[in-house]
Design a protein around this ligand. Structure first.
Ligand code: SAM
Ligand code: DTB
Ligand code: SF4
Length: 336
């Protein structure tokens, strides 16, 4: 492994000049050193990287829809949709093409350019994939970018989704490998990596990030970022979630994250993955306007947009429109 210092490293992306013979590798120590920088130095580095790679004042608006809610056989300790936890979320059937198309049209009318469909499955069956393909074709037909998050995929399933027109697949690593067994016991970290490889090989863009606030140490945050940044290539989209503490889940009583530590993680994601869309994801309701603003300054250039995440709340469209207006941020008018 090449030891990175805390100076800025760029991964060469398609169309970008190759700066090194091989992709730079981020050690956990180098990422941790970034997380430990004096706050102002970290923000300056992150904003400098951001300005070198992205237009200022532009933000991607991605709307989520839970197309198959609840009753999931996995036991992810943060998740209100696991059948193991008593969270009040009821298991529902897969939504119809009509219902999903209406929701996607409403998202587009509100200004979203990406529509992400989530399903509470451990892994879809082949017949589920056929139904999801119909949803993908319908949403894509509206002129939206499509994303899905359905659990573990086999290579043939990833290929089938790609053939239907799926642009992105969301599959989060959630935390560092060393902390993963404290989060979920019904699957292994390697299962996540295998699905990500199948997605990449099918030609679907990768959306992969994690959750901050699950009781992890700083070294685990560094471990997560190093995992993401060392993927070759690193994900096109990196959602950074702040844990939504849902009553009934094992993580309901986790200590709240210091908001400035959350901002640090966004900044380090930006520095280590300059061309990724870093998404300020779940947990915005508890962050407030000032902290969200710091996240944008740290390099976040995407949000989940719409009144609901999957089953929990999100700032409403009016609140986000107001905040974007105050900050001079504009939603994308076309995809990038
Ligand atoms: N079942 C699929 C899976 O696990 O990949 C897709 C849906 S799952 C809800 C998508 C992601 O949402 C999880 O990987 C996790 O990162 C995020 N998530 C779920 N519950 C959350 C919570 N309470 N707070 C923050 N993020 C959460
Ligand atoms: C991601 O990283 N966060 C989103 C999306 N990808 C699928 C999900 C957040 C879920 C928050 C809790 C809920 O509403 O279920
Ligand atoms: Fe199921 Fe996904 Fe929730 Fe885990 S995060 S319990 S796999 S819906």
């Amino acid at each position: 492994m090449t030891a990175c210092t805390t100076s800025i490293h760029w991964h060469a992306r398609p169309g970008e000049k190759q700066l090194a013979a091989s992709e730079p590798t981020w050690t956990i120590e180098a990422v941790q050193a970034l997380l430990d920088l004096p706050f102002m130095d970290l923000m300056f580095q992150a904003q400098s990287v951001h300005r070198a790679h992205w237009p200022a004042g532009e933000i991607e608006l991605a709307t989520l829809l839970s197309v198959k809610t609840g009753g999931c056989p996995e036991n992810c300790g943060y998740c209100p949709q696991s059948a193991e936890f008593d969270t009040g979320v009821k298991a529902e059937k897969l939504m119809s093409v009509d219902e999903v198309t209406k929701a996607a049209q409403a998202a587009k009318d509100a200004g979203a350019t990406r529509f992400c469909m989530g399903a509470a499955w451990r892994a879809p069956k082949d017949r589920d994939i056929e139904k999801i393909n119909e949803l993908v074709r319908a949403v894509k037909g509206l002129g939206l970018q499509t994303c899905a998050t359905l659990g573990m995929l086999q290579p043939n399933q990833a290929q089938s989704l790609r053939d239907a027109g799926l642009d992105y697949y969301n599959h989060n690593l959630d935390t560092a490998p060393e902390y993963y067994q404290d989060v979920v016991s019904t699957r292994q970290y390697q299962d996540r990596l295998d699905t990500l490889q199948a997605v990449r090989e099918a030609g679907i863009s990768v959306c992969c990030g994690g959750i901050i606030g699950m009781g992890e140490e700083t070294v685990h945050r560094a471990g997560l970022i190093a995992q993401l940044a060392n993927m070759d290539p690193y994900p096109e989209s990196v959602p950074i979630n702040s844990l939504v503490r849902v009553p009934g889940t094992p993580m309901a009583d986790s200590a709240p994250v210091d908001p400035l530590d959350f901002v640090r993680v966004i900044a380090v994601a930006r520095i280590t993955m300059p061309r990724a869309r870093v998404r300020l994801s779940a947990g915005r309701q508890q962050l407030g306007e000032a902290v969200q603003t710091l996240c944008f300054l740290a390099g976040a250039n995407s949000i989940f947009y719409g009144d609901k995440l999957l089953v929990t709340g999100n700032p409403d469209v009016q609140a986000d429109t107001d905040l974007m207006g105050k900050l001079g941020l504009k939603g994308l008018s076309t995809f990038s």
